[in-house]
Design a protein around this ligand. Structure first.
Ligand code: SAH
Length: 255
């Protein structure tokens, strides 16, 4: 990786770690996904992978009992998570861990629940669901949200945009469900996130923070590049949102 790429990553992480959430989603949708999970023990062990600054980690801690290990590869994200945990007095429930999702320091059959919102694409959906399965107890649950096509046919412009944006695995909901089945999960539920999770919860704070971010970075080329890139992503979403979005998948490891 070149110095420029490292700088880009630091800049991107610096931008996003100052936001409440780093992907589309909302507390209401996290709670809805939780409603499909039955029979979690009171002392459940939960992993939240690619937790960012912990928007959904907080919702999990507030709505189920048990202990949560929240993992992110970027120390800045875990810094933001730790600030949140301290602010809420949840130190005895949530532990932040800097680690990569493709090399997790977990044991086999360790968790009752593995959660991951808007992050599994970093390892790849199929690879992630297969690799993480060993960390789940038999009968344990996997909950992930992932970018999907909502329709069988899409305009070429939006297909090209998402694949070039680093989402080569974006696919239809039915393909992802079949991948879950093939990987040894019972598909329990799936549902698409509403537009508000993108426009209000995710993109609005990005737009509001952009001006301040550019000023803080003296309008550097890299900062401008990041804001231009995000502005373009938002414009694509507004134009093509009927064709794609995020879907929650809830699966149960075959016992
Ligand atoms: N779940 C949060 C963050 C989603 S953004 C939310 O929905 O708000 C994706 C997150 O995955 C980022 O915080 C990013 O730092 C993290 N990430 C990227 N690559 C990773 C990897 N290899 N291992 C662990 N986390 C990773």
């Amino acid at each position: 990786m070149s110095d420029n790429e490292i700088l880009d990553l630091n800049l991107i992480c610096g931008f996003f770690s100052l936001l409440e959430q780093q992907g589309p989603g909302s507390p209401a949708e996290t709670i809805k996904a939780l409603s499909f999970i039955k029979g979690l023990p009171a002392d459940a062990k939960i992993a939240d992978i690619g937790c960012g600054t912990g928007r959904q980690t907080q919702t999990l801690a507030e709505n189920i009992t048990g202990d949560i290990i929240a993992v992110d590869v970027f120390p800045g994200m875990i810094g933001g998570l730790n600030d949140r945990v301290k602010r809420l007095g949840l130190e005895n429930r949530i532990t932040g861990l800097v680690a990569s999702m493709d090399n997790l320091p977990f044991s086999e059959n360790e968790f009752d629940l593995i959660w991951s919102e808007g992050a599994i694409y970093n390892i790849g959906f199929e690879k992630g669901i297969r690799e993480w399965k060993k960390y789940l107890k038999p009968g344990g649950f996997l909950v992930v949200s992932e970018a999907t096509w909502f329709r069988g046919n899409r305009p070429e412009a939006i297909e090209k945009y998402w694949i070039d944006a680093g989402y080569p695995e974006i696919d239809t909901v039915s393909v992802k469900i079949s991948q879950l089945e093939q990987a040894g999960y019972v598909p329990v539920a799936s549902y698409n996130l509403p537009e508000s999770c993108w426009l209000d919860s995710y993109y609005k704070p990005i737009t509001e923070f952009s001006g301040q971010f550019l000023t803080q970075n003296n309008n550097s080329d890299q900062a401008k590049w990041l804001i231009d890139h995000l502005t373009e992503e938002i414009a694509y979403y507004e134009k093509y949102k009927e064709y794609y979005g995020y879907t929650f998948f809830i699966g149960q490891k075959v016992g």
